[in-house]
Design a protein around this ligand. Sequence first.
Ligand code: MG
Length: 403
Amino acid sequence: MVEGRGEIAVVIVAAGTGSRIGGVDGLPKQYREIGGRSILAHTLAVFLAHPAIGRVVTVIHPDHGDLHATAVAPLGASAKLVPAVIGGATRQVSVRLGLEALAGTPPALVLIHDAARPFVSAAILDRTIAMLGEAEAALVALPVVDTLKRAGDAGEVVGTVARDGLWAAQTPQGFRYEAIAAAHARAAASGRDDFTDDAAVAEWAGMTVRLVEGERGNVKITTAQDLAEAERRMSTDIYTRLPDVRTGWGYDVHSFEPGDHVTLCGVEIAHTHRLNGHSDADVALHALTDAILGALGDGDIGAHFPPTDMQWRGCASSVFVREALERLAARGGMLAHVDISLVAEAPKIGPHREAMRARVASICDIPVGRVGIKATTNEKLGFVGRREGIAAMAAATIRLPAE
Ligand code: MG
């Protein structure tokens, strides 16, 4: 019954201002960063990557336009991501406004999800969507395993609540779109604004809500402890996903010829000569390209970019580094670090070192703190000492998935 893009839409609820997490900046939790990007971006990425989902709309607080724009920027452009919608005073109102934003081209199904649950898995989405093949409403939940106590005002236990048949609701909660949109509209018209989840709106409207198995890991980040645990899980992820750490190295030399500048690490430096050779003759980026290819065990720059191939004539050597990085990405890996040594009597590298680090960090899309650039003369010895050319060495550390 579900066919074509746009038939399953998602409403991400991110309009809250509160934070029990605390801290100096008072940032709402959905905009807190874990593992280098916002919780909201992590959450959106799961839905955007799912092949069955056609559209995702985020409901945000009216004061959070800038926060939202910054938070989602790392996701890049996605045809699935529709412009954010401004929410209302309660979660219930925000969801209704999100649903109304989809009404122009109504989807068959809609999943409603809290932005603060970034660990939602593709498997949960699969199970929820599958349940909506037979049910009009599906609730991701887990059976309650802890013994439940009712407490009095002074923190004293006043009773034990039987947990038989009790389930703890998670999100996403999935619905036939027309049914949940109508239920929300009716709840609003009836002055009901106290529902804390959408399954409760569906129940109130008389819909049958079926349970879908949730996951313990699909936590809602609420407290500082949750945030610390989420940070640990996200950073642990890199080490568990990419445990195969390798270092490659590269070496290159180019000779001088008459000219007025050299290009080193992508930075043009005025000089009495230029470097002769392949492309822009950026000896440092050639060594770096070889270092990345070496770590991959995937040939060398000459094999991938033959100097006899005229298309590389005069081209920026960042092209070669990026191609090597694409080969790394195709293997599911990431670049962890690079270190480059230049050996030259002239020009002086020191004044350009920070510009070079910034340029290499930008080409490689890694933090500048993961780029080392060093330079030395050759103490007037050999071809470098005679100012006949420049040599460069590079090391690159990569992380790959387990084989
Ligand atoms: Mg070269």
